[in-house]
Design a protein around this ligand. Structure first.
Ligand code: SF4
Ligand code: SF4
Length: 353
């Protein structure tokens, strides 16, 4: 039996929702949503669940991840209940529910806490550099080890257990019977959606945004590979050096465009930015920007006298790896890809049984 929580709306407001309780259930939002189908009808259903506080149903649902936030539903809502932003808030809320540490929820709800965490990391990195007498070689060496270690640690300790919790809520608890073959056959969906986000193309007039997202994903993964596995900052191979420059330029140009969109607020998707949205784009921008200048300073022989640029880069990187990737908006990229995977498993299991 569903449990109803009348205080859910108040809790959801802390995750960014705007006036969804004004909804009078007309159904316009579902009618205009180009991603909503007969089997997967949204966002009205999610608005109703949220109004009634049906948290278990929301936790078991993948629908918030099936929305790509084009904002069309919001534009057509006669009650300005902003269903598009509600779907976004539900994704933040779900991220907090999947996270076993509880930190995601705390950081989403309190910007002050996020700020303190970011500050502590910055102080920690500077204290470490001070302890090492700002020795360039030692700090860059540790920086490279951190890059390698952070990727594995974040996945092993935070993101993998969280994905298991997500699987538990959407597959195990609702008693979806899927054999190993279904899991295996659906795996290609995971990678297709992770790298192409092709479902976003189903949103009307979304081609430019989709393209920008795709090159950002490729640019980010390629830069990660170049710095971690090809050791870009120490590389002497011309191809690796140029590759890193191109990747970092791609990242900071696309993220700059995203930031501009959020400042101008012309599109529905950019009108209601939460601190977590800002942190994501700003930090990604700073990563691409600072990585570019670190390498440029190395190539120009200026790094010794301007080591602060590397310190700045490593502070941004540690904050990104320790906060934004495991607990912030970066994790949406992973949960959304797995949502497509789980959705395929559920559909295949349904056809078989
Ligand atoms: S269009 Fe607005 S009022 Fe109508 S069901 Fe959707 S959210 Fe509710
Ligand atoms: S924001 Fe777009 S994709 Fe999401 S529910 Fe609304 S119309 Fe559908």
């Amino acid at each position: 039996m569903s449990r109803i929580n009348t205080k859910f709306g108040t809790d959801l407001k802390k995750f960014g929702t705007v006036d969804f309780q004004a909804c009078y259930n007309c159904g316009n939002c579902t009618a205009v949503c180009s991603l909503s189908t007969e089997e997967h009808s949204f966002p009205r259903e999610m608005v109703r669940y949220s109004a009634l506080g049906m948290q278990d149903e929301i936790k078991a649902s993948l629908k918030p991840w099936l929305c790509y936030y084009c904002g069309e539903c919001t534009e057509h809502c006669p009650q300005t209940a902003n269903p598009g932003e509600l779907m976004m808030s539900l994704r933040r809320w779900l991220t907090a529910k999947y996270d076993w540490t509880g930190l995601s929820g705390l950081l989403y709800k309190s910007f002050a806490l996020t700020f303190i965490a970011m500050l502590l990391i910055a102080v920690g990195v500077i204290a470490f550099a001070f302890k090492e007498n700002f020795n360039q070689e030692t700090i860059m060496h540790f920086g490279h080890y951190f890059e390698m270690f952070a990727v594995g640690a974040v996945f092993a300790l935070i993101l993998t257990p969280n994905l298991i919790r997500m699987w538990w809520y959407v597959i195990v608890k609702p008693k979806v019977k899927a054999d190993f073959k279904i899991y295996l056959n659906s795996a290609k969906e995971l990678f297709i959606h992770m790298f192409t986000q092709k479902r976003a193309l189903g949103c009307d007039d979304n081609q430019v945004r989709w393209f920008e997202h795709m090159i950002l994903v490729f640019g980010y993964i390629a830069l990660l590979f170049t710095t971690v596995f090809l050791d870009w900052f120490s590389a002497t191979n011309k191809f690796i050096i140029v590759l890193g420059y191109v990747e970092s330029i791609v990242i900071f140009i696309v993220t700059f465009h995203f930031m501009l969109g959020r400042i101008q607020k012309k599109k529905e998707v950019a009108k209601f930015s939460q601190p977590s949205d800002w942190l994501f784009v700003i930090w990604l921008f700073l990563m691409g920007f600072s990585a570019f200048f670190v390498r440029l300073f190395i190539d120009m022989g200026l790094i010794e006298n301007h080591f602060w640029i590397y310190l700045f880069h490593i502070i941004v990187l540690v904050q990104w790896a320790a906060i934004i990737v495991p607990f912030g908006k970066w994790s949406h990229f992973l949960y959304r890809s797995f949502a497509m995977y789980f959705e395929n498993i559920i559909a295949s299991a349904g056809k078989k049984n």
